[in-house]
Design a protein around this ligand. Structure first.
Ligand code: AMP
Length: 193
């Protein structure tokens, strides 16, 4: 299966992506993790990405798209993947569609975690304390939320119009949310058989 997981910053995408990908037997591909890895290794891509990440901005589409194209062409992604944090802009949707079309594929399902805004701020502040991420400060969090609303939320109507969107309530325990996501996946799988 080729699945994407969306949701506002702090909605729990990363945590859930790892569980769901394991369940599906496909790699969880997080663009945020790949960028952070490049930053840690001090690569040229990392140097470029860090400026944007620290400011809570999106890394430019051409940089991000190239990186995703390279990652999706690796052998482990041939049978499917769970994309976490990509696409985030309409241009990235077009680019992803193009990449998949080359191999005769398309996105099977777009899962979106919906979480109350107040909960999001609380979760991100907690993560800031636990993980010390440079982009989890109050101002940057607010900026990332605005950017999500402006640039990424419109993607919901794109996948909604294709009937591949499943909105999943993201509040509650990690286990509860995983169960809901798996429920949405099962429902979709049973429809396609
Ligand atoms: P995340 O871990 O998904 O919250 O991503 C952390 C940061 O990495 C984001 O705030 C962006 O700066 C950058 N990033 C991750 N994915 C993308 C993307 N698809 N497009 C642009 N920037 C991204």
């Amino acid at each position: 299966m080729r699945v994407i997981i969306m949701g506002a910053p702090g909605a729990g995408k990363g945590t859930q992506a790892r569980f769901i990908a394991e369940h599906l037997g496909v790699p969880a591909i997080s663009t945020g993790d790949i960028f952070r890895n490049h930053v840690a290794r001090g690569t040229q891509l990392g140097v470029t990405a860090q400026r944007y990440m620290d400011a809570g901005e999106y890394v430019p589409d051409e940089v991000t798209n190239g990186m995703v194209r390279a990652r999706l062409s690796e052998p482990d992604a041939a049978q499917g993947f769970l994309l976490d944090g990509y696409p985030r802009t309409v241009t990235q949707v077009d680019e992803l569609d193009g990449m998949l079309r080359e191999t005769g594929h398309s996105i099977d399902l777009a899962l979106c975690l919906s979480v109350d805004t107040e909960d999001l701020v609380e979760r991100l502040s907690l993560r800031a304390r636990l993980e010390g991420r440079a982009d989890d400060t109050k101002d940057v969090i607010r900026h990332r939320q605005r950017l999500y609303a402006q640039e990424t939320e419109p993607l919901l109507s794109i996948y909604g119009a294709r009937d591949t969107l499943r909105l999943v309530e993201g509040c509650g325990s990690v286990e509860d949310v995983t169960e809901r996501l798996l429920g949405a996946l099962r429902e979709d799988l049973s429809k396609s058989v």
